[in-house]
Ligand binder design. Structure first.
Ligand SMILES: Cc1ncc(COP(=O)(O)O)c(C=O)c1O
Length: 368
């Protein structure tokens, strides 16, 4: 049978996807989960004002969205005190990471990440044919000194950091990241993925310097804003770098409803603050439930808690599978030694009641 003539990159890539979604798991199990606390979404949802804005705009969905994302970019620029030209709207951070890699990564280019960090980044590097080096975590955090050393020694064109971090939930003070930035080799572009910055302590943040062409900051409406299904986020950087996104981005890729929803969400900071409180209360309860069952919670700046199960990956996996079997969707880190943990996202009271009831049964089963 005739076949398309695939590019060398496609010919060499393994068939893989970075995630198996909860929907695929539900199809395989033959039924829905009762608690969806595995994908770091916000069960608390978007603000009522955002929902109302989507509802009001729904009849106009026959129109394409503004390909310039003009109003939303302006609103984000005003919010952060940067220029509109410093902002590009992206199809979630995932989409933005793909574009950023395409700007600078091609076969033969070295890229640095941390071993066990957010895997979608690796997926995009592979799609560009880049060569990825993974620096091990140190004390359950990304080793930012190690990332810098590797960037220097390997002539890396891209280095990727998440702050706060997924999957362990920790964070670096923003001033440490600023120090790393000032020591970056001239050829290295630093991608700072701040998906969880809205739930982080203020010290994790640092001022946005939109004049620095070596740094891109990625933010999203998927987490604390409760809009993961809307697939919208943004990237802030130096105007010349941001302009280059226009060469490759999907100009009609942001839905009109998402543009409107994101602007309404940004305007409702009271709701965001209240949601962050709810997330933090839910994380405290997850930590308590973990402790009551002999699992040690790691400090978190995110909307999830990594619970250290205290043994190896097989043991943590057995606990995760016990929860899945009891209809509670959770996940775990993919590489050692991080995979001694399971990762549980902030849930509603009802979700966490289910967790609280199921975990002792699971612990009894795994220790039997
Ligand atoms: C570190 C990190 N970056 C990015 C994302 C995805 O963000 P978005 O929904 O904006 O694509 C996630 C989601 O889990 C994440 O943990």
């Amino acid at each position: 049978m005739p076949q398309p003539h695939y590019t060398q990159i496609i010919r060499e890539l393994p068939s893989s996807v970075p995630f198996v979604g909860p929907e695929a798991q539900e199809r395989a199990r033959g039924g829905p989960f009762r608690a969806r606390i595995g994908a770091n979404e916000s069960v608390f949802g978007p603000s009522p004002r955002t929902v109302e804005a989507i509802r009001a705009a729904a009849p106009d969905v026959w129109k394409y969205g503004d390909p310039d994302n003009y109003d939303l970019r302006q609103a984000i620029a005003d919010f952060h005190g940067v220029g509109r030209d410093n902002v590009v709207i992206i199809e979630g951070i995932d989409g933005g990471l793909g574009l950023a890699n395409r700007l600078v990564v091609e076969p033969g280019v070295n890229v640095i990440t941390s071993d066990g960090a957010y895997p979608t980044f690796n997926f995009h590097v592979a799609a560009c044919g880049g060569t990825l080096t993974k620096v091990p975590y140190r004390d359950d955090r990304q080793d930012i000194g190690g990332v810098l050393d590797h960037a220097r020694n390997n002539n890396a064109r891209v280095a990727y950091l998440t702050n706060p971090d997924n999957p362990m939930g920790g964070w670096w003070p923003g001033k440490d990241i600023e120090n790393l930035i000032s020591a970056l080799p001239d050829d290295t572009l630093l991608l700072v993925d701040e998906a969880y910055i809205d739930t982080a302590p203020a010290e994790a943040n640092f001022p946005i310097d939109a004049s620095n062409p070596q740094v891109l900051r990625f933010r999203t409406f998927s987490k604390a804003y409760g809009m993961a299904g809307a697939r919208i986020g943004y990237c802030i950087g130096e105007a010349g770098v941001i302009t280059n996104f226009d060469k490759i981005r999907n100009h009609y890729g942001i839905s009109r409803l998402s543009q409107i929803a994101a602007q309404a969400a940004l305007e409702d900071q009271d709701y965001l603050r209240a949601t962050v409180e709810r997330i933090s209360a839910a994380c405290r309860r997850i930590a308590d439930i973990g402790r009551a069952n002999g699992l040690e919670p790691l400090p978190t700046a995110t909307n999830f808690v990594a619970l250290d199960c205290g043994r190896d990956g097989a043991y943590a996996k057995a606990i995760m599978e016990g929860l899945l079997a009891r209809d509670i969707f959770v996940r775990m880190p993919g590489v050692a030694p991080l995979n001694r943990c399971i990762r549980i996202s902030a849930g509603t009271d009802q979700d966490l009641d289910l967790l609280e009831a199921a975990l002792p049964e699971v612990m009894r089963a795994v220790s039997a």
